[in-house]
Ligand binder design. Structure first.
Ligand SMILES: Cc1ncc(C[n+]2csc(CCOP(=O)(O)OP(=O)(O)O)c2C)c(N)n1
Ligand code: SF4
Length: 290
């Protein structure tokens, strides 16, 4: 109680989910899986009580990449396939910020696929959410790197001719420090995984099975084939995580792998800057003899 004004009390204002919503209404098709991801992420922000001014989200191009516009945080809708370089730059420039990259399977695993191994080996402290609908939604139904072989899509009338890649196996083989899978039909479970990813110190990739109801509606299929990870799965066991990622009968949901002990890129870069901060570029080149 304030002694000068006995009626004045200090009120601690907590964030509500609505605080994270921008004035821009999502223009996704009704039923698109990406709505569930938006809801789960706002709930995760709220549960962790993150200040919206301290969050930055980078995306590429695609229906899912419109994501930052719908949130009242900092955000940038960048170039196709370049969400990870943008997010890495933001994290290095503002290490105290909670940084996310978001986008689709086309954006992340096709044109932007070359950035994942480097974000993983650097262990950049960002959360990367890939809304995987196994199709290019924005460009009206072209097959994507995760489309099953043989499916007929609007832009592949004779069926896809390639085998799909396995995003989790690929990311585990790059030795990412946090790898998980969620499904848009399970928002509560997704919120829990996103909270763990946001708190993880290092690169966290979450593949969200997020159906495109317009060009490749997989809701029914995923309801049949998804299931939780085995209760005795040890998320520090990378080989066990790889075996589960290769399971062809059940698409497991949850945290496959996590190693919270590794150093993060921004801390290592800061140490280098502490050595070079006072030096001119000429002095740095002199020392490096180049
Ligand atoms: C350099 C470049 N190449 C191609 C495109 C066309 N393009 C726009 S979005 C997209 C793919 C979108 O698929 P995905 O990333 O899976 O997102 P979704 O729309 O399914 O959410 C493509 C190929 C582009 N915008 N820029
Ligand atoms: S086209 Fe597909 S991915 Fe794009 S908004 Fe519609 S349902 Fe979502």
């Amino acid at each position: 109680m304030n002694s000068a004004n006995p009626r004045k009390v200090t009120v601690v204002v907590e964030q509500t989910t609505a605080d994270y919503k921008s004035a821009v209404k999502p223009i996704w098709c009704p039923g698109c899986g990406d709505y569930a991801v938006l809801t789960a992420l706002m709930r995760a922000f709220k549960h962790l009580d993150l200040a919206k001014e301290n969050i930055a989200i980078a995306s590429g191009i695609g229906c899912s990449s419109r994501f930052p516009a719908f949130l009242n945080t900092y955000g940038i809708h960048g170039l196709h396939g370049r969400a990870l370089p943008l997010a890495t730059g933001i994290k290095l420039g503002r290490p105290e910020t909670t940084v996310l990259a978001v986008g689709g399977d086309g954006d992340g695993f096709s044109i932007g696929g070359g950035h994942i191994p480097h974000a993983a080996r650097r262990n950049v402290d960002i959360t990367y959410i890939v809304m995987d609908n196994s199709i290019y939604g924005m460009t009206k139904g072209q097959p994507s790197p995760t489309s099953p072989q043989g499916i007929v899509t609007r832009a592949a009338p004779y069926g896809t001719q390639e085998r799909p890649l396995n995003p989790l196996l690929m990311t585990l083989s790059y030795d990412a420090s946090f790898v998980a899978r969620c499904f848009s039909g399970k928002v509560k479970e997704m919120t829990d995984v996103l909270m763990a990813a946001l708190q993880h110190p290092g690169f966290a990739l979450i593949q969200v099975l997020s159906p495109c109801v317009t060009y490749y509606n997989t809701y029914k299929h995923y309801r049949q084939v998804t299931g939780p990870l085995p209760e005795d799965h040890d998320p520090s066991d990378r080989l066990a995580a790889m075996a589960l990622a290769m399971d062809t009968t059940t698409q497991h949901l949850g945290i496959f792998y996590q190693d919270p002990e590794r150093s993060v890129y921004s801390h290592r870069v800061k140490k280098v800057q502490a050595h070079t901060g006072e030096m001119t570029l000429y002095e740095i080149f002199e020392r490096l003899k180049c």
